[in-house]
Design a binder for this molecule. Sequence first.
Ligand code: SF4
Length: 76
Amino acid sequence: MFIRVEMAPEAAGDKDLAKKLAEVCPVNIFGVAPDGSAVVIAENVDECVLCELCVQAAPPGGVRVHKLYSGEVLKR
Ligand code: SF4
């Protein structure tokens, strides 16, 4: 595991944002759960291309992408 993607609970529970995240991530790291909330698809996480589209799509603090190999965090 080189990457960890974290969502704030209020971001994960936002159904419109869940759809948007599933749409913007080019490598399908976000899915929509049956209740409409956003989920991180663990087996896809290491495919992350660090494009920050998820970070920009979410409100500040909503999504953080941790580069576990360097300690750097993509966030806003
Ligand atoms: S940074 Fe890009 S590839 Fe990585 S999880 Fe976000 S949208 Fe997907």
